[in-house]
Design a protein around this ligand. Structure first.
Ligand SMILES: Cc1cc2nc3c(=O)[nH]c(=O)nc-3n(C[C@H](O)[C@H](O)[C@H](O)COP(=O)(O)OP(=O)(O)OC[C@H]3O[C@@H](n4cnc5c(N)ncnc54)[C@H](O)[C@@H]3O)c2cc1C
Length: 282
C-alpha cells in the first residue's frame, strides 16, 4: 500500500497528492509516469510524476477528474492509501542545454511540464513558459512555474487573466513578435492543444516535443493499447514515449483512439456518481 501524506485542491476538479513511494521517488526523472490502482478491484490509470523527493521518499501526482477512477481518487484524503503505484515508467525527458526553450502547459498538463522546465533551466537553458487554462480559476502551479522559468506568460481562454486565447495562439504571437530565437518547444496538455502547438512551430522548423496521453492499460509494452503512429511507424506510448516529436505524430489517429471507449467510460462514471449519491443519501 502507498500512503497519501498530503493533498491540496488546486482547482475544483484538480488535486495534488503527495504519496509515499520511496523506490519510485529514488529512480524518477522528469517526464516519467506511474500506473496506479486506487483500490483492489479498480482499473489501472497512468499519471505523470509531477514531482519527486528521493530524500523523503515522496512523489507528487496531479489528477484531474475525468471519469470513475479519477473521481474515486479525488475522494481520498491524507492517511488513505493507493493499492498500487507502479513505476517510474516511460522514458525520461531529453534534458540538455539546447539554448532557448519554450515550455507550454495546458490545463492539468502544467503539472508534468513543471519538472521538465525546472530540469531544462538547471541544464543552462533560457526557459520561457506559457501556461493556460479555460479561466483564471483553472490555472494551476503558477508560482512554481514562475520559480522554474526565466519568463512566464499566462493565457486564459476567456481572458480572465493574462492573454485572452489559447496557449498556441500566444506562442504564434510570441514567435512572430519576439526576437528570441527558439531552439526547442515542449508542449503538454490536451491532445488538440499539442497538435495546435506542433502546427505553430512546424513552419519555423523548431523541434517540438509533446507528451501523449493515449489510452493505456498495462504500461509495460505488452498490451499495445497505447499504440500511436509517429513518422509512419507504430510506437507504444508507455515504453517508446510518452514524449515524441510533435511534427511526426499522427494526431488524427490519436484523437480517434482516445474516443474508443467513450460510451463505456461515460456509463461507468454516471453509475459511480449515482452509487455515491445513493450512499450519501442512505
Ligand atoms: C502517460 C500518461 C500520463 C498521464 N498523466 C496524467 C496526469 O498527470 N494527470 C491527469 O489528470 N491525467 C493524466 N493522464 C490521463 C489519465 O490517465 C486519465 O485521465 C485517466 O486514466 C482517466 O481515468 P478515469 O477512469 O477517471 O476516466 P475514464 O472514464 O476512464 O476516462 C475519461 C477520459 O480520460 C481519458 N482516458 C481514460 N483512460 C485513460 C488511460 N488509461 N490513459 C489515458 N487517458 C485515458 C479518455 O480520453 C477518456 O475519455 C495521463 C495519461 C497518460 C497516458
Amino acid at each position: 500500500m502507498y500512503k497519501i501524506i498530503g493533498k491540496k485542491k488546486l482547482t475544483s476538479d484538480i488535486d495534488r497528492f503527495e504519496v509515499e513511494a520511496p523506490l519510485v521517488a529514488r529512480k524518477a526523472a522528469a517526464g516519467q509516469f506511474v500506473v496506479i490502482r486506487v483500490c483492489e478491484e479498480g482499473e489501472r490509470i497512468p499519471l505523470t510524476i509531477a514531482d519527486f523527493d528521493p530524500d523523503r521518499g515522496l512523489i507528487s501526482l496531479v489528477s484531474m477528474i475525468a471519469g470513475k477512477t479519477t473521481s474515486k481518487l479525488s475522494r481520498l484524503e491524507p492517511g488513505d492509501s493507493l493499492t498500487d503505484v507502479v513505476g517510474p515508467l516511460g522514458k525520461p525527458s531529453e534534458i540538455e542545454n539546447f539554448g532557448n526553450v519554450v515550455c507550454v502547459g495546458g490545463g492539468v498538463g502544467i503539472a508534468p511540464v513543471m519538472p521538465i522546465a525546472r530540469a531544462l533551466k538547471q541544464a543552462g537553458n533560457y526557459v520561457v513558459s506559457i501556461i493556460g487554462a479555460r479561466n483564471s480559476q483553472g490555472l494551476i502551479l503558477e508560482k512554481k512555474m514562475e520559480e522554474v522559468s526565466n519568463r512566464l506568460f499566462i493565457c486564459t481562454d476567456d481572458g480572465s487573466k493574462g492573454f485572452g486565447g489559447f496557449v498556441s495562439e500566444f506562442l504564434d504571437k510570441f514567435l512572430k513578435e519576439e526576437s528570441l530565437s527558439v531552439d526547442r518547444v515542449v508542449a503538454i496538455g490536451p491532445a488538440p492543444m499539442m497538435a495546435a502547438v506542433s502546427e505553430v512551430t512546424r513552419p519555423y522548423g523548431i523541434k517540438t516535443i509533446v507528451s501523449l496521453n493515449s489510452i493505456m492499460v498495462d504500461g509495460t509494452g505488452m498490451c499495445g493499447a497505447c499504440r500511436v503512429e509517429v513518422g509512419d511507424e507504430t510506437k507504444f506510448v508507455c515504453v517508446d514515449g510518452p514524449e515524441f516529436d510533435g511534427h511526426q505524430v499522427n494526431f488524427k489517429l490519436l484523437f480517434a483512439r482516445q474516443k474508443m471507449y467513450c460510451t463505456e467510460e461515460q456509463k461507468a462514471h454516471k453509475d459511480y456518481q449515482h452509487e455515491c449519491g445513493c450512499k450519501s443519501h442512505g
